[in-house]
Design a protein around this ligand. Structure first.
Ligand code: GDP
Length: 459
């Protein structure tokens, strides 16, 4: 399904304009294709920056610079060319990176020219996929690349970078090696039954399995927090029109993205913003005003607002402290995933209640207290250290290995250790299969396709 024999090309830098833009080529012909794109007329020296020109042949059809005179060269930009011969490159193939000015027009012309000269446009994540297929990195490290690029908080970025550096790979690898050793000894017992003794005594076997269970258990303990770091949380901001939802959203987000207006019902769709709330990735969702409405567009918005509240980890239910309170507003908001926020505390109060957090989105009063209350409500312990296990896929597989080892241990001790080793072996093999799947050694193509689809082109 995945080819590694052709040469791929893509813009590696984000869409848009910038000081520098990079076009990356990877594959057996990367160097040859690159040389056909640049003025430099010698082979590129490995890992040396070569300052040169991108020189496209005159092409009346493509017409970049539009010359029709075949004698005139068509230089389109200065570039720095970098050549990384296989296998010491990002992908493990020959790689050439051309750093031009960050102009989408120039970069696209370079990519088009590279395709003309034999390269193929890369699929999303294909550079990283190649690194995985070529054995440069394992699957957890490939996933870490996507996480690092996606990180919204410094803690997320550090956890992803640890994973990219192989912390998880090593932790799992050590457990896997110990498991392998145990399996080998047990298999010896099974293979030589005529020897008449067990290579591994039941008690020793159970103790060895216990040690592995403890190591997996330690990883799982940090997993809830790890998931929190990686995936972050969702907070929906709800309430009746004009109570100040958009203003609270903006005050928490620290940026004015939502529309703040005096006319009720202006926030018709869901507006989201990812913010760093004390190290936690939090997606704030500003919902449309919750009220019955005849307007179809607004009704759709209200419906989505209700859904957002259902899937969110917490709802900030905003009420206006300067207006008379309709008791129904609070009656319907009893669930503990909800924090009642009494906004407009800068205005004379129309009521007061103990179970609310008083703030003013306008003056910023009470916002710090609100952040603290949010952290408490989400039960998010201080997130100072970096969790090893952050990804649901890994967590599920570690759990599967953990459970299989639990069964293996029970089998080892069953009937005073008289049970055949083969029962224990089957569970140990199952545990090992789960661990190997984490690193991607047994990953089926559709899983790989799913994981790499998360990337964008050029990664
Ligand atoms: P939404 O419809 O619930 O999203 O409410 P908005 O955020 O659009 O705010 C409605 C109106 O209330 C706007 O005129 C805001 O300027 C005003 N407003 C919001 N928060 C405060 C506040 O804390 N104090 C005061 N005095 N006015 C506020």
């Amino acid at each position: 399904m995945f080819s590694t024999t052709d040469t791929i090309v893509a813009i590696a830098t984000p869409p848009g304009r910038g000081g520098i833009g990079v076009v990356r080529l990877s594959g057996p012909d990367a160097h040859a294709v690159a040389r056909r794109l640049i003025a430099h007329d010698a082979p590129l020296e490995p890992r040396h920056a070569t300052f040169t020109l991108v020189r496209l042949p005159p092409s009346p059809l493509r017409g970049f610079g539009g010359t029709r005179n075949a004698d005139t060269t068509n230089d389109i930009d200065h570039v720095v060319a970098l050549y990384f011969p296989a296998p010491a490159s990002y992908t493990g193939d020959d790689v050439v990176e051309l750093s031009a000015h960050g102009s989408p027009v120039v970069l696209r012309a370079i990519v088009a020219a590279a395709i003309d000269r034999g390269a193929r446009l890369a699929e999303p994540g294909e550079f990283t996929l190649r690194a995985f297929l070529n054995g440069r990195i394992d699957l957890t490290q490939a996933e870490a690349v996507a996480d690092l690029i996606d990180a919204a908080t410094p803690l997320q970025a550090r956890a992803a970078f640890d994973q990219l550096q192989g912390t998880l790979t090593r932790a799992i690898g050590e457990i896997d090696a110990a498991l392998f050793d145990l399996i080998a000894r047990l298999e010896a017992s099974v293979d030589f039954p005529e020897e008449g003794y067990h290579f591994v005594e039941a008690g020793e076997l159970a103790a060895a399995i216990d040690r592995l269970i403890a190591r997996l258990g330690a990883l799982l303990v940090g997993a809830r927090r790890g998931r929190l770091v990686r995936e972050g949380l969702q907070i929906a901001i709800a309430g009746k029109p004009n109570v100040g939802k958009s203003s609270v959203f903006n005050a928490l987000a620290g940026a004015s993205r939502a529309i703040v207006a005096d006319a009720p019902g202006t926030t018709r769709d869901l507006v989201t913003e990812v913010v760093d709330l004390d190290g936690l990735r939090v997606t704030l969702i500003d919902t449309a005003g919750l009220r019955e409405t005849g307007d179809a567009v607004e009704a759709e918005g209200v419906d989505r607002a209700r859904q957002a509240q259902v899937v969110s980890d917490l709802t900030l239910f905003i009420v206006d402290r300067s207006q008379r309170l309709d008791p129904e507003d609070i009656l319907q908001s009893t669930d503990n995933k909800r924090l009642i926020v009494a906004n407009k505390a800068d205005l004379p109060p129309a009521w007061r209640r103990d179970d609310t957090v008083e703030i003013s989105a306008k003056t910023g009063e009470g916002l710090d207290a609100l952040r603290t209350r949010i952290a408490q409500a989400l039960d998010a312990e201080p997130l100072a250290d970096r969790p090893e296990l952050t990804n649901v896929r890994h967590i599920a597989l570690v759990q599967r290995a953990h459970d299989a080892l639990g069964r293996a241990r029970a089998a080892a001790l069953a009937d005073g250790g008289s049970l055949s080793e083969e029962f224990v072996l089957a569970d140990l093999q199952d545990a090992r299969a789960a661990l190997e799947e984490i690193a991607g050694r047994r990953a089926p193509d559709d899983l790989l396709a799913h994981i790499f689809a998360r990337f964008c082109v050029g990664k």
